[in-house]
Design a protein around this ligand. Structure first.
Ligand code: FMN
Length: 239
């Protein structure tokens, strides 16, 4: 590294330190969701690369592991609109919604299973997004930037990304992009690390997320607030 680069990086670090410690500026935080049953597998390896890059950009991140707990799919009972939480208890969904409130941005990672996002993340996010919206807590996600990343051995990655991106586009969440597909390839973490292009894309995505969050923070400080929520209209295509 050139000495100019080192000086620039040290100065940026000092400015960030002063802002956070002395001016008590809020540290921006991104939640990295690992939807894989493998705690330290391929999806995790990609998320770790994102986490390291976010740190260099002065953004905190936490990896949330969906783990191996059995998950019941959404029953479509609509209880969440009455009781303010998902009626299915104790599998992490209700806790996750409140945990997510504290984060400024999200990156949801999933392995590809049969050309789609894996079963666990599908069940989990169906219930998280439905419950948050139906219980009047859409603000946990609304206007917060999000991205999806997929880890596949070979194919089905783009359909997987389409699937996860839909949670964001129906929740008023700006979708942050990487370059030439937010995906890594491999069956083991070592194979993923050898997917140099995929790993580079994870870093590009992280930098774009960091830049978006910083711009948003400055916009808010300047008094530019996100649009007010409109009252919900349900027509069910009946005129
Ligand atoms: C049930 C199952 C189905 C899979 N289906 C696909 C698939 O359709 N396409 C693909 O590229 N990889 C597929 N894979 C491989 C995984 O997506 C791939 O190895 C992934 O990187 C594993 O990530 P993880 O270690 O985070 O779980 C499948 C794996 C499993 C267990």
């Amino acid at each position: 590294m050139q000495s100019n680069d080192i000086m620039e990086k040290s100065a940026a670090y000092c400015v960030q330190y002063i802002k956070q410690v002395y001016l008590k500026e809020r540290v921006l935080k991104v939640l990295l969701f690992n939807g894989s049953p493998h705690e330290k597998g391929c999806t995790y390896t990609a998320l770790k690369e994102i986490s390291k890059t976010l740190k260099k950009e002065g953004i905190e991140s936490k990896i949330y592991q969906i783990g191996m707990k059995p998950l019941t799919p959404c029953m479509g009972c609509f209880a969440c609109s009455k009781i303010g939480r998902c009626a299915i208890k104790n599998d992490g969904v209700n806790d996750f919604i409140e945990y997510a409130r504290d984060f400024d941005g999200f990156i949801f990672g999933t392995p590809v299973h049969y050309g789609s996002a894996c079963g666990g993340i599908t069940v989990f996010l169906d219930r998280v997004f439905f419950t948050a919206f139906m219980s009047g807590r859409g603000d946990v996600f609304r206007h917060k930037p999000a991205s999806a990343i997929a880890s596949g051995r070979r194919s089905g990655t783009t359909t997987t990304l389409d699937q996860i991106n839909k949670y964001f586009s129906i929740s008023e969440m700006p979708i942050i992009s990487g370059r030439y597909w937010n995906m890594v390839h491999g069956q083991t973490p070592d194979q993923v690390k050898k997917d140099l292009e995929g790993m580079q894309n994870m870093r590009i995505l992280a930098k774009n997320m960091a830049w978006h969050l910083k711009c948003e923070q400055i916009a808010r400080e300047a008094g530019i607030e996100p649009p007010q929520e409109e009252e919900v209209v349900f027509t069910n295509f009946i005129r």
